[in-house]
Design a protein around this ligand. Structure first.
Ligand code: FHN
Length: 686
């Protein structure tokens, strides 16, 4: 059946982010202060992340294992006293701060965020608060100081990544679960003081750094009070400093955005790009070039330059910043694969950077051919179209643009190349040459009068594409002042088609098409949705039953829902009266399967919402109805199934890789509100 992953309802996320924005301004400073502080960062759009430290010495290898990165101390269980031996081997004689700054600048990156201290506790500057720093190595040079000077010379903003978590400092807790170091005498508050001292030292030694990029805030010893206090300390020392949201406890997992009421100037999605822009919220996606943040000599899985350029365009089109990582080698040089990609990216930004720097998010919900950014140009607006897929016939259709437009478009990389525009079937069309521009991700520019007017494509709303008895269909149009017309015979709506005035009841299979009109002319793309009347799945014939669903739990390290048929003896089993995690499974490294019968009251289409952390799958009568599998924080996925009245086999499979956990299942007949699956509806055969 139709399955849709509704990871986090965007409206909820927007509301959270918007309220977070309000909350942040209430908690820490006025919105004007924040806008002033964020200005250079919003203009910059593109930065370099650098993960460098002692872990570059083993370069990912420990014994026979070659899969480690900057976490090698933890993932290879290297005791502190053994890991400290890398101090004597850290001698990056080829380190050249000027070369690093120039490579960032030539790639079109406007800021560098470098690890002043990563989780291993090793500091890249001459700190007076610990000897565990670069001055205790044969290299004996203050790397941050040299990079600070080089960045000033090249006009690059220097920023620091600083880990709250510290696997070296004796007062940091918790210890790694494999460690033998005693916890007696460890005083976490004393560690917090050391952390604050070092942050004060960094902010008073390097007076112009742009961002403090905190990380490692997730362990339970660090709380909102610590986060807010550290944010306030930074704010007091540097009113214009930008601080990311990982200083506090509000970040929702790798999605990176904060819950309301927590400190931090911007969200930090990691290794992912939000599926839709988050208007009004500052955010930055950080991403590796290969699969590791710290240098791994075996990791050759580098993203192509074209892929990285498209990611830059995608992120900018959603109003975000791109922080692209380099993991320098132990000798102080960037890996050659990184150098090559930086050079290729620089070729593109030199020709097309205007479409990235200082731009704001696309006014279009989506574009089939690529992405768009926009920038005010006096009273007018420049629209930059990043073309991922060159139209075979050369016709670049810009859907829903309402501005009266009569000037040619042009190629940003070569403005002498101009392209005629025309209005065809209600959409502005730019006539490009049939042969695609050879360059990677060419950019075509349009200048519109005033602000862009974009008529949104109508949305045909219904609980599901399928229905058993009847269905109720609504057509929404975000753009005001338009007339929505629709057809039910598969033809394209025209000026004489029926006007949408209210919900449409369906009792048979039908295809609905809808389009918006302005002054009798079509102004946006056509919405098209097929609705199918289906027979409900037949009910089953269970034997004698009793309340509740049976479950089995199994131990193991899982990163997805396993094939239970391949698992050995369960570690526990029993009966639960509802779809929930049994007490003994409320922990890490566990999976669980629940099975039984679901009492369905009537022949209908049923919506299901499965919440899970980590992953879960719902099957009914052996069909996968909701797939919410994978390693992720609490997220909701939805699906639907046509069910006849009676008993249907239900199975919920779930796993927890680590950290938080959660599982819940709601359902409803189409058109009704979702409610938890009640105990009365669940049974299992005796
Ligand atoms: O644990 C760190 C990891 O080593 C790396 O620094 C990334 C970069 O954002 N942050 C944490 C993982 O989320």
């Amino acid at each position: 059946m139709k399955k849709s992953i509704l990871t986090i309802c965007l409206s909820t996320l927007l509301a959270t982010c918007a309220s977070n924005r309000a909350a942040v301004s209430n908690i820490n400073h006025s919105q004007d202060d924040r806008d002033a502080r964020m200005e250079w960062w919003r203009e910059a759009r593109f930065g370099m992340f650098i993960h460098w430290g002692l872990y570059a010495v083993p370069a990912g290898t420990w014994g026979k294992d070659t899969h480690h990165g900057e976490w090698i101390m933890n993932t290879a269980h290297i005791p502190v006293e053994t890991y400290e031996k890398f101090l004597d081997q850290f001698n990056p004689i080829k380190f050249d701060a000027g070369a690093w700054a120039r490579m960032a600048k030539n790639a079109g990156m406007k800021y560098i965020v470098i690890t002043s201290k990563h989780h291993d506790g090793f500091c890249l500057w001459d700190s007076k608060y610990t000897k565990y720093n670069v001055m205790s190595t044969p290299f004996h040079r203050d790397i941050l100081k040299e990079l600070d000077a080089a960045c000033k010379k090249e006009g690059i903003k220097l920023c620091f990544y600083h880990s709250i978590m510290d696997w070296h400092h004796p007062d940091y807790l918790p210890r790694r679960d494999w460690e033998k170091r005693p916890t007696e005498g460890a005083d976490f508050n004393r560690y917090v003081q050391q952390l604050s001292n070092q942050i004060s030292e960094l902010l008073t030694t390097f007076k112009d750094i742009g961002v403090l990029w905190f990380d490692g805030e997730w362990e339970n010893t660090w709380n909102h009070g610590h986060g807010q206090a550290l944010y306030d300390l930074c704010r007091k020392l540097r009113p214009d400093l930008i601080i990311n949201n990982r200083v506090d406890k509000g970040r929702g997992g790798m999605g990176g955005m904060s819950d309301a009421g927590f400190a931090g100037d911007y969200g930090t999605p990691e290794q992912e790009i939000p599926s839709t822009g988050l208007p009004g919220v500052d955010w930055e996606t950080c991403m590796t070039m290969n699969d590791n943040w710290g240098y791994n000599s075996h990791d050759k899985h580098f993203k192509s330059a074209e892929d990285l350029i498209r990611k830059l365009c995608d992120i900018a089109s959603k109003g975000g910043n791109f922080l692209l990582n380099i993991g320098p080698m132990g000798n102080g040089e960037f890996p050659p694969e990184s150098v090559e990609r930086l050079a290729r990216i620089g070729d593109w930004t030199r020709a097309n950077g205007e479409s990235i720097y200082g731009t704001t998010a696309s006014p279009f919900d989506s574009l089939a051919f690529g992405r768009c950014t926009q920038k005010q140009s006096g009273a007018d607006t420049k629209l930059y179209f990043h073309i991922f897929d060159w139209p075979a016939d050369g016709r670049l259709v810009i859907p829903g643009l309402g501005n009266k437009y009569d000037k040619p478009a042009w190629l940003l990389a070569d403005p002498s190349k101009k392209f005629e525009t025309s209005w065809q079937d209600g959409n502005l069309t730019i006539q490009l040459p049939a042969a695609p521009a050879s360059a990677t991700c060419p950019v075509v520019v349009l200048e519109t009068k005033g602000k862009p007017i974009v008529y949104k494509t109508p949305i045909i709303e219904a609980d599901s594409d399928q229905f058993v008895n009847t269905a109720d269909v609504k057509i929404a149009c975000e753009s005001k002042g338009l007339t929505v017309r629709f057809t039910v015979d598969g033809s394209n709506p025209a000026a004489e088609s029926a006007e949408y005035k209210g919900s449409i009841g369906l009792d048979r299979t039908i295809r609905i098409k809808a389009r918006a009109f302005h002054d009798g002319k079509p102004v946006a793309e056509i919405a098209d949705r097929q609705f199918t009347k289906v027979k409900p799945w037949a009910a089953g014939n269970p034997g004698a039953c009793e309340p509740g669903v049976r479950y089995q739990c199994f131990d193991g390290a899982f990163d997805k829902v396993p094939d239970f048929s391949k698992l050995q003896k369960p570690t526990s089993n029993g009966v639960e009266d509802s779809i929930q995690i049994p007490k003994e499974a409320r922990r890490a490294h566990v999976c669980m399967r629940m099975s039984g019968w679901l009492a369905v009251p009537a022949d209908e289409m049923y919506q299901f919402a499965l919440g899970a952390d980590d992953g879960a799958i719902l099957t009914i009568d052996g069909h996968v109805v909701v797939n919410n599998d994978g390693l992720h924080p609490m997220a909701i996925a939805t699906g639907a199934a046509p069910l006849a009245a009676g008993a249907h086999r239900i199975e919920v499979s779930w796993f927890n890789g680590g950290g938080d956990f959660g599982l819940d299942l709601k359902w409803a007949q189409t058109g009704q509100p979702l409610t938890p699956v009640s105990k009365a509806a669940l049974s299992h055969e005796k």
